[in-house]
Each structure stands twice: as C-alpha cells, then as structure tokens.
Design a protein around this ligand. Structure first.
Ligand code: SAM
Length: 216
C-alpha cells in the first residue's frame, strides 16, 4: 500500500515540475484518487507511469499528464455541473468528483462493456457519479445545462447539441481533429450566446463515435 502512495506522490511531483499540474485543487485530486483502481488487474503495476493504458474493447485510460492539462484548462471548482463524454475507466470522473462534487458530475459512455467497467470501478472507489450508457455526441439533454462539457475522445467537430447544452460563461473542452492520429485541444467559452475558441496544443485520443461524431 505504502508503495502505491509513494508512486502516486512521485508522479504528482513530476506532473507539477513539468507544469502539467498548476493548481492546488488539481494536485489534491490527483493525490486523492488511486489510478490503480481504474486500470485492469494485469496493469496495476503500471498505474503510476505517465502513459495511456489499454482498458479493453479497444479503449484507453488517458495519460495523467493529458488529464492534468484538460483539468487545468477547465477551471474547475466545487459546485460546477459537469458532463463528461467518454467515461472509459472512470478515473477522470473520479477526479472531477473530487474537484466539483460527486453530485455534480454526469459521465456518458457508449460501449456497454466499458460502461460497466467504469461504473464498477467508480462504485468500488465509492464515487457516486452518475454514469449514463449512450451516445455523448448528442450531449445529455435530460440534465442540461452544464457549466462544463469535457470530452475525452477525438471529435471531428463541436456538435450543436453541446453548444446548446452549455450555460452562459460555460466551457466546452474537447480534442478536435482527425479520427486517429492528431487532434488539437479546444476550449470554447460561451459569451453572450457566442463562443470564443482557444487552442491548447496537440493531442491524440481514441475516436468519438456516434451520430455527430465518427462513424463505426
Ligand atoms: N475519461 C476516460 C478515463 O478516465 O478513463 C478515458 C476515456 S477514453 C480515452 C475515451 C472513451 O470515450 C472510450 O471509453 C470510448 O468508448 C468513449 N466514447 C467514444 N465515443 C463516445 C460517444 N459517442 N459517447 C460516449 N462515449 C464515447
């Protein structure tokens, strides 16, 4: 147990040194959530490497540095209502629960087996985040509007459904670009009903598949 905590602290120090983690609240969340609870049994020893890991069904848990970049640009605080698109392992949903409160986080996943994997990981780690099985390219109208929509799969563009489900002054954070090889992390902020877009560098995510995303 001690060694897992040591490994986590070492990773967080390195993420801080390289300025992926910049704020105390993101640091605290990374120190609290045990990434080894969210990777397959056979990869537990690799949980604290700064690398994406396979979680099965062709999907991945993102690299901690990539997650830290996304959480930092999202400007998160307690009470913000969050829609995460792409639950995957549930790790990012757990970090979001630490940052915004578990009652404020909804996460949507399209692959039934991954949905179950993520849901069980979150339950085991005792996070009461709401997980929905469905197509996140349509957002999740039932709980809209959101302060943040955080997308953890590569989108071809930003669908209108996300734009209409965001509150005024809210933000959409999403990797947008090609299906497999390269995307740019975009942050769209809603101001007087319009969106200001900022680019935050290159990234590589698995494709966002669905009605307003890539085709199967
Ligand atoms: N946030 C995850 C974590 O912490 O492990 C990592 C997500 S993984 C990089 C991307 C996930 O997005 C995959 O599990 C994939 O099945 C899911 N996905 C792809 N298209 C989707 C869609 N239209 N709606 C919801 N989830 C989708």
């Amino acid at each position: 147990m001690g060694s897992i905590i040591d490994a986590r602290e070492k990773l967080v120090s390195s993420l801080e040194r390289f300025r992926y983690i910049k704020s105390n609240n993101v640091k605290k969340a990374f120190l609290t959530v045990d990434r080894s609870n969210f990777v397959p049994e056979s990869l537990k020893n690799e949980a604290y490497l700064d690398t994406p890991l396979p979680i099965g069904w062709g999907q991945t848990i993102s690299a901690p540095s990539m997650i830290a970049i996304m959480l930092e640009v999202s400007e998160l605080s307690k009470g913000l209502k969050i829609l995460e698109i792409g639950t995957g392992s549930g790790y990012n949903a757990a970090l979001l629960a630490e940052l915004c409160g578990e009652e404020n986080v909804i996460s949507i996943e399209r692959i039934p087996e991954v949905f179950t994997f993520g849901k069980e990981n979150l339950e085991r780690a005792r996070y009461k985040v709401r997980i929905i099985l469905g197509d996140g390219t349509k957002g999740y109208e039932e709980e809209a509007p959101y302060d943040r929509i955080i997308v953890t799969a590569a989108a071809p563009q930003i669908p209108n459904s996300w734009k209409s489900q965001i509150k005024e002054k809210g933000m959409i954070i999403a990797p947008v670009g090609t299906e497999r090889y390269y995307q740019e992390l975009l942050v769209l902020r809603k101001k007087d009903g319009n969106f200001e877009t900022k680019k935050h560098g290159g990234c590589v995510f698995v494709p966002l598949v669905g009605e307003n995303g890539w085709k199967e």
